[in-house]
Design a protein around this ligand. Structure first.
Ligand SMILES: NC(=O)c1ccc[n+]([C@@H]2O[C@H](COP(=O)([O-])OP(=O)(O)OC[C@H]3O[C@@H](n4cnc5c(N)ncnc54)[C@H](OP(=O)(O)O)[C@@H]3O)[C@@H](O)[C@H]2O)c1
Length: 330
């Protein structure tokens, strides 16, 4: 008898509340469907996971609103981050696997697998290559571990910012999914002698201080946060800025509060809406920022701008983030 289970599925492009519907479908089983997907073309270990928690991410809204049905599976399950219990394992006979039934795991489905196969986190049961999944440490709850995507993004932002022991670092959107992890990772890097300023709303000030921020700027209290930061920190500029939201205007103003050799590390540029023209404008601006000379002599902003691109994190990257969670570093 075929078993069924539920998933939040979209077919058309649009905002989640317009296009998502709770759908009953055949529960995925093994062996994996053939032909195998392009991201995992050879037989390798696959797992079937009964989902406990799914982590919601703005990136999933970009997938729903921007990717045309022609270049993805017709039926797509939404979102990318999940935790759960392995209920079945499949692997080639000659290759031992990493997982057994009953293992608790945390997974992040990359767009390269999610879009062509329609696989997503908002499902009761997920079938996917085991390389996208890591064992959940016993010390971390299933709810807390459903955060690999913001964790991977945060880790890359902190590494690329080149922050080091004793540095002064500004974190924009310090209270967000990425920002809260960035703050904790930066504190590990800069140590007790470092100084971290976080921008968030006042309601989250105490929370981000608890994570390691020394001073909070409440963006709701300033007409121009960039101007306030410039006034407050022009005499004590930062060694690095980590912008977990992507405020282009903050980068343009950064020479007033970021040291000349400091890096402005950003998740990208936040489009004002999820509509295609705004997204394309943001992508175009990111390309310009990446290639335009930094030097003011050549019309540049005067500070280096870098952007993360989390399109294909490896198993080692996932393991590094779950290890940080397991050891209490974030
Ligand atoms: N490049 C990548 O690899 C990558 C990966 C994942 C996500 N992203 C992008 O990164 C962005 C953040 O993702 P997330 O998951 O962290 O989002 P999130 O959890 O929704 O957090 C967003 C945060 O932004 C803060 N915020 C809102 N307006 C602000 C302002 N004017 N100034 C400063 N902070 C403000 C909010 O603070 P309060 O709640 O305190 O108001 C909130 O905590 C999204 O646009 C997402 O698409 C990029």
């Amino acid at each position: 008898m075929t078993m069924t289970s539920k998933a939040w599925v979209y077919q058309q492009r649009g905002m989640p509340w317009e296009v998502l519907s709770l759908t009953t479908r055949d529960t995925p089983t093994f062996p994996p469907l053939t032909p195998l997907p392009r991201d995992a073309p050879e037989p390798e270990e696959w797992v079937l996971v009964r989902v406990a928690y799914a982590g919601l991410n703005p990136g999933a809204i970009f997938q729903m609103t921007l990717v045309p049905p022609l270049v993805r599976s017709r039926d797509c399950v939404a979102d990318l981050d999940f935790t759960g219990t392995v209920i079945d394992v499949w692997h080639p006979e000659d290759k031992p696997g990493r997982f057994a039934r009953g293992d608790k795991v945390s997974g992040m489905i990359p767009a390269s697998h999610a879009l062509p196969t329609g696989t997503g986190a908002l499902a009761e049961v997920i079938r996917l290559p085991a390389r996208y999944v890591v064992a959940k440490p016993a010390s971390v709850s299933l709810g807390d571990a459903a955060c690999l995507l913001p964790g991977l993004t945060a880790r890359q932002l902190v590494n690329e910012s080149e922050a080091k022991s004793g540095d002064r670092v500004l974190v924009n959107a310090a209270s967000g999914g990425i920002g809260t992890m960035v703050v904790q990772m930066v504190r590990q890097v800069v140590g007790e002698n470092g100084f971290i300023v976080g921008v968030c709303s006042g309601k989250n000030a105490e929370m981000v201080k608890g994570l390691g921020v020394d001073e909070v700027i409440d963006y709701t209290q300033h007409t121009s946060v960039a101007r306030y930061i410039a006034e407050r920190f022009s005499d004590t500029p930062f060694d690095a800025v980590i912008d977990t939201l992507g405020h282009h205007s903050l980068w343009l103003a950064s020479p007033a509060f970021l040291k000349p050799a400091g890096i402005y590390e950003s998740v990208g540029i936040k489009p004002p809406t999820f509509y295609v023209p705004d997204f394309l404008r943001a992508v175009w601006q990111m390309q310009v920022n990446a290639f335009w000379p930094t030097s003011r002599w050549f019309g540049g902003v005067g500070r280096e701008w870098r952007a993360t691109s989390m399109m294909s994190p490896t198993l080692e990257d996932r393991q590094a983030v779950i290890d940080m969670l397991g050891s209490g570093q974030c």
